[in-house]
Design a protein. Structure first.
Length: 182
């Protein structure tokens, strides 16, 4: 049973790496950041919010689909459980695409994204995103640790190689149609 869970985790990681790499090529949203937040927020794809929300993204005006879910937050240093509305998606790819949009165009991250575009400091982007994205004071450290794990860098290297082999020079060589949908 444990081996099956590990194989499933590796399969999901490979699939999300393909999506994240393709979206990085299209949007410049760092694939390592996307994968790390996917891993932390969805417990490596095991626990999505609603049908396909991989990132714990709360409902905003742009979201037509949503669900209400009890969630753990840290408010004024104290853990609390709140019923909040979260975005929902038709597919994991849609969730990832919305995440890339949020990081690259969303108002809360605009200054951090502009700074990242200029200097390319992923750690600074992670720190700034984490400060707004989550209430957990350890969130930035967790994302940084996950983003640097060997399995993440290896999955990204394999995804980049696969995209490169599919059609050299094309940012959209991999068609986003993963089997991750819930």
């Amino acid at each position: 049973m444990v081996m099956n869970q590990m194989e499933d985790r590796q399969t999901r990681l490979k699939q999300i790496a393909l999506i994240a790499d393709t979206l990085e090529a299209q949007t410049r949203c760092p694939a390592a950041l996307m994968i790390a937040q996917w891993a932390l927020e969805s417990e490596w794809g095991d626990k999505l919010v609603g049908r396909n929300n991989c990132f714990g993204m709360k409902r905003e005006g742009r979201h037509t689909e949503f669900c209400t879910v009890p969630t753990h937050e840290v408010i004024h240093g104290k853990p609390v459980v709140l019923d909040l509305e979260f975005a929902d998606y038709d597919s994991v790819e849609d969730s990832c695409r919305d995440y890339a949009w949020l990081i690259t165009h969303g108002a809360p991250y605009r200054a951090a994204w502009e700074q990242y575009q200029q200097i390319g400091d992923l750690q600074a982007l992670i720190r700034t995103v984490a400060a707004t994205y989550a209430t957990d004071p350890n969130y930035a450290r967790l994302i940084t640790t996950i983003a640097g794990q060997t399995n993440i860098t290896q999955a990204l290297a394999e995804a980049r190689q696969e995209r490169s082999n599919a059609m050299p020079g094309s940012a959209s060589a991999i068609t986003l149609t993963s089997g991750l949908a819930g």
